[in-house]
Design a protein around this ligand. Structure first.
Ligand code: ADP
Length: 361
């Protein structure tokens, strides 16, 4: 009977890994209307069970304002944090089997990136985001394996601001250290040589580090949202397992990336420093899009060198690594053109075939 259950468990894991074979998944998440916009018209026309999404601009009917997209999954405005995480969980499990995983949140400021990744400020348990759930699972599953494999977990947290990489796990006093990432790809899953590495043994440890890191994260006001974060933050979790019987080791790595807002420059009416920030953000998001799109097309050249973000994550993008991108969108009409460009970016990154629906464009 024990044998049978082991077989079943293995089959389940095998099926899940087969499922993940494409290596790049794109999940679209539509945030609910904020209370001030409740009852206003929405641009979401149709959400299909198989990841179809039709958006339309009710205030400007016409060909250009009606588009069909297809992603691996679309989460509607009523979807819970738990539902979203359930579809992420198999990836997290694979880290303990020695895979590298990158999870990104992409979208304009206010579209729910931080909500999906971390949860709202001071979250209750049911509102915790992917970060916390993932780490909880990592510790939980490693505990269940403790008689066969011991795991060590350590964490780094950096941000990329104006194409400079900074350590977020430095002490509060003094300026943040700028880091050189030239040798990042030789670091065996570790993101940045010279950045602080903290060993952690519980989710509480990680939460403490993340809180510290978030306080260090550069944030500056824009006309659109004064809390808007103009930097990419990368939380990296390295897992090193040792088989107690054979002493064999296995390494897995998880990168959780909350990207800077993808809104186009004119939308925020920016000049000077803000303009420079926006240009850096656009450049690095475009480079990320190019890398993911080249990977999904199985292209022979992957342009990792074009941004700090893609250089940093090189060993965890492509190859056996698995990538998940949450594409966050606002359902409101005012955001239509911004949302359309977000969805087009995601469509390029996605390896999902649109099939016959493509003719709807
Ligand atoms: P971003 O990180 O993309 O700038 P946030 O995650 O900060 O956006 O979301 C903006 C606001 O919308 C926050 O107040 C957040 O709590 C709220 N919000 C975003 N997504 C959801 C959601 N799925 N359910 C409820 N509130 C959400």
């Amino acid at each position: 009977e024990i044998c049978h259950s082991v077989l079943e468990e293995n089959r389940k894991i095998y099926n899940e890994l087969q499922e993940l074979k494409g290596n790049i998944r794109v999940y679209c998440r539509i945030r609910p209307f904020s209370s001030s916009k409740a009852g206003k018209p929405t641009i979401v026309d149709y959400i299909g069970e198989n990841g179809e999404l039709i958006v339309t601009n009710p205030s400007k009917p016409g060909k250009e304002s009606h588009r069909t997209f297809k992603f691996n999954k679309v989460f509607g405005p009523a979807s819970s944090q738990e539902e979203v995480y359930l579809d992420t969980q198999p990836l997290i499990r694979s880290i303990l089997d020695g895979f590298n995983v990158c999870i990104f949140a992409y979208g304009q400021t206010g579209s729910g990136k931080t909500y999906t990744m971390s949860g709202p400020n001071g979250s209750s348990k049911e509102n915790l985001g992917v970060n916390y759930r993932a780490l909880n699972d990592l510790f939980h599953i490693s505990q269940t394996r403790k008689n066969t494999i011991t795991y060590e977990v350590d964490v780094q947290m950096v941000e990329i601001y104006n194409e400079q990489v900074r350590d977020l796990l430095t002490n509060n006093d003094g300026p943040q250290k700028k880091l050189d990432i030239r040798n990042a790809s030789q670091q065996n899953g570790l993101v940045v040589p010279n950045a602080n590495v903290r060993s952690v043994s519980s989710t509480a440890d990680v939460v403490e580090l993340m809180t510290h890191g978030m306080m260090n994260r550069a944030a500056s006001a824009t006309a659109m949202n004064e809390r808007s974060s103009r930097s990419h933050s990368v939380l990296s979790v390295r897992v090193r397992g040792t088989d107690l019987k054979t002493n064999a080791s296995l390494n897995g790595c998880l990168h959780l990336v909350d990207l800077a807002g993808s809104e186009r420059v004119n939308r925020s009416e920016v000049t000077g420093d803000r303009l420079k920030e926006a240009q850096h953000i656009n450049k690095s998001l475009a480079a990320l899009g190019d890398v993911i799109s080249a990977l999904s097309q199985k292209s022979s050249h992957i342009p990792y060198r074009n941004s700090k973000l893609t250089q940093l994550l090189q060993t965890s993008l492509g190859g056996r690594a698995k990538t998940l991108m949450f594409v966050q969108m606002n359902p409101d009409v005012e955001s239509f053109s911004e949302t359309l460009s977000t969805l087009k970016f995601a469509e390029r990154a996605s390896s999902v075939e649109l099939g016959s629906a493509r003719s709807n464009k």
